[in-house]
Ligand binder design. Structure first.
Ligand code: SF4
Length: 329
């Protein structure tokens, strides 16, 4: 297959057929460079060589009643994670300042909960207002990840100055019951509708390596396009000891580098104008990490919700050595 044709179609905002999309995932590794070159053409048309850095804050940790099988913060996980309720105002503001120092232009606050309470939304909204009114931090894009969010909470977040709200699809509709039983894929889609209806930007992505099939990945990629998701974080599953999926995936090989890169390219072909973000697990690509920036235009620095990541100075170094530019620098 000529992957440049896929790039040209993506540049015209045309979707590939499902079979063409499948070829991206099934292509032999000898064609990986061709796929990456084609994906980079689409990435550069919309984002040039810019890379957006994002910094996360786990604003409430380890006390979630849901049973997502991949998550160390779930009630069914025995992984040793920190447990604390919603952080006070000053910790949130301090972390926003750290984001600026790290060169991040997006600050993402996550709350481990089925659905953040109204009181928590008020608390976070006050912090966002302060971040947005301080000249030192006002340029940060703010993203919140609060579990299921209803229409009113979305309107409140919008009024406070939140830019993006994250709620990942994680996987396909078919595969969803294998990773979670306490809420449904449809619940997640409903939240994404509320986010969009409130005039907020949508952030939703997925996790690869949870035992999904190629069809599940295709379903997820096409669903993200259909939902017109604007920011798409793709995680490579970190197999954390103590989470339910750990046992389920015993004997299943870990996600390989070329598969991960093909999935990232597929997301770019299916969602040419969206921010495609290399999220948790991208460090596992090791010396191939820079290749992830051929399809992706954004990544996280200084760690994830419960797992360490890469220090921003190291990330900045390899990004620049690979010929990309840090956004806002
Ligand atoms: S809802 Fe979020 S925090 Fe709670 S278990 Fe699922 S992924 Fe983890």
């Amino acid at each position: 297959m000529d992957f440049q044709l896929l790039a040209e179609r993506a540049l015209r905002d045309e979707l590939p057929s499902r079979e063409e999309a499948r070829v991206v995932l099934c292509a032999p590794d000898s064609q990986l460079d061709e796929i990456l070159i084609a994906a980079r053409r689409v990435r550069e048309a919309h984002f040039g060589r810019r890379v957006k850095l994002c910094l996360l804050l786990n604003a409430q940790s380890g006390i979630c009643p849901e049973d997502c099988g991949y998550c160390s913060q779930s009630k069914v996980s025995t992984a040793p994670v920190q447990k604390y309720k919603l952080l006070p105002h000053e910790n949130i503001i301090a972390r926003a300042k750290t984001a600026v120092e790290a060169g991040a232009t997006r600050f993402c606050m996550a709350v481990a909960a089925r659905s953040a309470s109204e009181k928590d939304v008020v608390h976070l909204s006050a912090a966002v207002r302060e971040i947005k009114s301080d000249p030192a931090t006002c340029h940060l894009e703010i993203c919140t990840s609060l579990g299921l969010v209803n229409a009113q909470k979305c309107r409140d977040l919008k009024a406070a100055g939140v830019d993006y709200v994250n709620h990942n699809l994680n996987t396909s509709e078919n595969h969803y019951p294998s990773i979670c039983s306490t809420h449904t894929y449809a619940d997640r889609v409903e939240t994404l509708g509320n986010i969009k209806d409130a005039g907020l930007h949508t952030c939703a992505g997925g996790i690869i390596g949870m035992g999904e099939s190629l069809d599940d990945l295709l379903d997820m990629g096409f669903a993200l396009r259909e939902l017109e998701i604007e920011s798409i974080p793709i995680n490579i599953l970190l197999r954390i000891s103590g989470v339910p999926l750990e046992e389920k995936l015993q004997g299943v090989p870990e996600t390989g580098v070329s598969h991960a890169l093909k999935v990232m390219c597929l997301m770019r072909f299916l969602n040419p104008r969206a921010e495609v973000r290399a999220a948790a697990g991208r460090e596992r690509l090791e010396e191939h990490q820079a290749k992830v920036l051929w399809p992706a235009n954004s990544l996280f620095v200084d760690g994830y919700l419960t797992t360490p990541g890469e220090h921003h100075s190291d990330v900045r170094r390899w990004i620049e050595a690979a010929g990309f530019e840090i956004e806002g620098a």
